[in-house]
Write a protein that binds this ligand. Structure first.
Ligand SMILES: NC(=O)c1ccc[n+]([C@@H]2O[C@H](COP(=O)([O-])OP(=O)(O)OC[C@H]3O[C@@H](n4cnc5c(N)ncnc54)[C@H](OP(=O)(O)O)[C@@H]3O)[C@@H](O)[C@H]2O)c1
Length: 324
């Protein structure tokens, strides 16, 4: 059985390049998906408290550890949710994640978003007066949260990183602490190449994990797997469109975490195909003049009234990210 290629982190740790995403994997589906994936070679799982399915992932892990894999052969990533960004809360939430997963450590723990919510009132605390909004904690800074991540016991977390961070947000936490995140997990597909952010991360030795590699869309457009150019390259390579999109991320040096709960897709997504420079450029070109970021919390319902990425639609937001 092939276990796929690995990325070596700045710390020397080894990350399997293709992992299984689990966001929106439904109850019962996710347990089967994780068990099936591990039985078929996946060693990297992308998890989070906010996906509210980690206990099911834990049930699947029980079925495969140690009969199929040793714990240390798996690479488990999870994420600190916004409502536990405060120094007094971060380790408590980590402990809850470890309990849900039935493990005593994570390989990688990420700050899920550069936004804090007030703690102690659920994962999505409602705004006190505005029905369609989430409450934002405007006092806890990214630097405070990053310091809380740095202070987590190494016995519980092997590496720390961030997710959905921009260049300015990364610079802010690095300059304040001298500690560089090992990973920035970001939305990354041909419609959102983010070349400046990618170049900055490369210069800082921050590895990029690509989420929504298939262009999972929250705004009702067809998925990128339906794009005629992606389909054409796939036909030529005798591959699936998803394999082409995953290979596009791999070509750029990312690790890639496609989500599926279907066994045939879990298998085929894991099978790496390689793009020639010409095919890579063909797929890249579909993003020219077609820039699209799908995941913008300002557009969620209920919304987070904060400008994270400085996208045009976010300019109307009342709040900015509090870096310091
Ligand atoms: N850090 C963050 O803020 C963040 C945000 C978003 C996502 N993520 C992580 O990244 C993972 C992947 O991102 P994502 O779930 O947004 O999107 P994605 O992996 O790009 O796309 C998932 C969608 O594509 C479908 N799909 C899977 N394989 C396919 C194939 N071979 N052909 C056609 N369709 C296929 C899945 O359906 P089926 O399941 O029905 O196959 C699902 O609807 C998440 O699960 C999560 O772990 C992180």
């Amino acid at each position: 059985m092939s276990f796929g290629k690995h990325i070596t982190f700045s710390t020397g740790a080894q990350l399997p390049q293709i992992g299984l995403g689990t966001w929106m994997s439904q109850p019962k589906e996710v347990e089967n998906a994780v068990e099936f994936a591990v039985r078929n070679g996946y060693r990297h799982l992308d998890l989070a408290m906010i996906y509210e399915n980690q206990h099911e992932v834990g049930a699947a892990l029980k079925k495969v550890i140690p009969s199929v894999v040793k714990r240390e052969e798996l690479f488990l990533t999870s994420k600190l949710w916004n409502s536990a960004h405060q120094a007094a809360w971060a380790e408590k939430e980590l402990d809850e994640t470890l309990k849900q997963l039935g493990t005593d450590y994570l390989d990688l723990y990420l700050v899920h978003w550069p936004i804090a919510f007030p703690p102690g009132n659920g994962l999505n605390p409602p705004h006190a007066t505005k029905e369609d909004e989430i409450a934002i904690d405007t006092t806890t800074s990214l630097v405070e949260t990053w310091k809380a991540m740095i202070a987590l016991p190494k016995s519980k977390v092997r590496s720390i990183g961030v997710s959905n961070f921009t260049i300015d947000q990364l610079k802010g936490i690095i300059e304040a602490t001298g500690v560089v995140p090992v990973v920035n997990q970001i939305e990354a597909h041909p419609l959102l190449p983010q070349d400046d952010l990618v170049a900055y991360c490369k210069a800082q030795n921050i590895h990029i994990t690509a989420y929504s590699p298939l262009g999972n869309n929250l705004i009702g457009r067809p998925k990128l797997t339906e794009h005629p150019v992606v389909k054409e390259v796939a036909r030529k390579l005798d591959a699936t469109p998803a394999q082409v999109l995953i290979a596009w991320g791999v070509y750029r040096g990312y690790s890639v975490i496609p989500k599926s709960v279907h066994e045939d897709r879990i298998l085929s997504n894991f099978k790496q195909v390689e793009l020639s420079k010409e095919d890579y450029e063909k797929v890249t070109a579909i993003g020219h003049g077609n820039y699209t970021r799908f995941n913008i919390p300002y557009t969620y319902k209920p919304k987070w009234d904060v400008n994270i990425f400085d996208e045009p639609i976010e300019k109307a937001a009342a709040l900015k990210v509090k870096i310091h």
